[in-house]
Write a protein that binds this ligand. Structure first.
Ligand code: NAD
Ligand code: TYD
Length: 335
């Protein structure tokens, strides 16, 4: 099988490239990535010389390149996106260009090359925000995105489904909850807080810290996508979750405890505008149909993640001192 993986130099994409090459040593992987601020070839150092792996630098919105690459693959696994809510609040244009126009370009190329199998990696954020006692999101939950990021992902999901109904493109979609683990860019909650604490800095907790997210260890997301591309029913959507609903405050206290720090390291800062209150996922469909469920529990995943950041200081120090420093300053001045 020859996979075209888009966004394979980002957080989840690079974990997925490692996962596939390890589990299926005879598969061929082409990783197409634009290497934006979030893409990092350091994530792929260990496999860069694997004869079954090839990296191509390019833009998913480049129709000519997408046609060439898709002509020569069996399955497209589409991760490439602008992925950070806070950045989409500062400036949303790139989110529309990559997440909406880029996905459309890929869909057209898949259609023009014999209707190639297409898996679209999406997020639970398309469903909007839950109240404390609302039932968890499932595949039938109506879309209600509330940030420029989630609105752009919702648009891409709609396009992917439209290509199934209109052109018979063999698609699947996964809507997954928040991931954490190795290679997570240190603008997101887990890696930002862990690396700040290693550097003896404070951790910026938004609002009252009572917003709830469901968390999944990244390798479990990879195994869910693996199950879907091999066994998923064409045209279907699968919700993927970690069975680990936590408030941001709970997570912060857990990280502080595991890293030998106390609450004096917390800085409560101005809340994110339109901050979704709660996400939760009912993953019974993928569990019942494909036999998938998370294998790493939250405590174990968090410990592994903290260890990884402790052992890979050069990786994140490089990032924190680059372009990211400008972004962080902008964010900080916004508070
Ligand atoms: P990320 O920001 O770490 O990585 C995105 C990758 O896409 C980067 O390597 C970047 O260079 C690449 N990219 C961006 N624009 C591109 C373009 N125009 N052409 C080609 N490549 C481009 O994101 P992530 O956290 O790894 O998320 C991957 C996917 O999973 C996204 O589609 C996201 O919506 C989805 N998702 C993420 C989470 C999460 O918790 N991180 C949860 C559910 C779903
Ligand atoms: P994030 O990692 O940005 O993921 P998402 O917004 O896509 O769920 O944020 C996770 C939660 O952590 C979210 O409720 C916002 C909160 N948060 C903070 O409190 N402080 C921070 O510095 C960041 C980045 C996030």
């Amino acid at each position: 099988m020859k996979l075209l993986i888009t966004g394979g130099a980002g957080f989840i994409g690079s974990n997925f490239v490692h996962y596939i090459l390890k589990k299926y040593p005879d598969y061929q992987v082409v990783n197409l990535d634009l290497l934006t601020y979030a893409g990092n070839l350091e994530n792929l150092k260990e496999i860069e010389n694997n004869p079954n792996y090839k990296f191509v630098k390019g833009d998913i919105a480049d129709a000519k390149l997408m046609n060439e690459l898709i002509a020569d693959c069996d399955v497209i696994v589409h991760f490439a996106a602008e992925s950070h809510v806070d950045r989409s609040i500062l400036a949303s244009e790139e989110f529309i260009r990559t997440n909406v126009i880029g996905t459309h370009t890929l869909l057209e190329a898949a259609r023009n090359n014999g209707n190639k199998r297409f898996h679209h990696v999406s997020t639970d954020e398309v469903f909007g925000s839950l109240g404390a006692t609302d039932p968890a999101f499932n595949e039938a939950t109506p879309y209600d995105p509330r940030s420029p990021y989630s609105a752009s992902k919702a648009s891409s999901d709609h396009l992917v489904r439209a290509y199934f109904h209109t052109y018979g493109l063999p698609i699947t979609i996964s809507n997954c909850s928040n991931n954490y683990g190795p290679y997570h860019f240190p603008e997101k909650l887990f890696p930002l807080f862990i690396t700040n604490l290693i550097e003896d800095k404070k951790v910026p907790l938004y609002g009252d810290g009572m917003n709830v997210r469901d968390w999944l260890y990244v390798e479990d997301h990879c195994s869910a996508i693996d199950a879907i591309i091999h066994k998923g029913r064409i045209g279907e959507t699968y919700c993927v979750g970690g069975n680990a609903e936590k408030t941001n405050k709970e997570i912060t206290y857990k990280i502080l405890e595991l890293m030998g720090k106390d609450e004096s390291s917390i800085e409560f800062v101005k809340d994110r505008p339109g901050h979704d209150k709660r996400y939760a996922i009912d993953f019974s469909k993928i569990k019942n149909e494909l036999g998938w469920e998370p294998s790493v529990n939250f405590e174990e995943g968090l410990q592994k993640t903290i260890e990884w950041y402790k052992n890979n200081e050069a990786w994140w120090k490089d990032i924190k001192s680059g372009e990211y420093a400008n972004y962080y300053e902008k964010q900080y001045n916004n508070r």
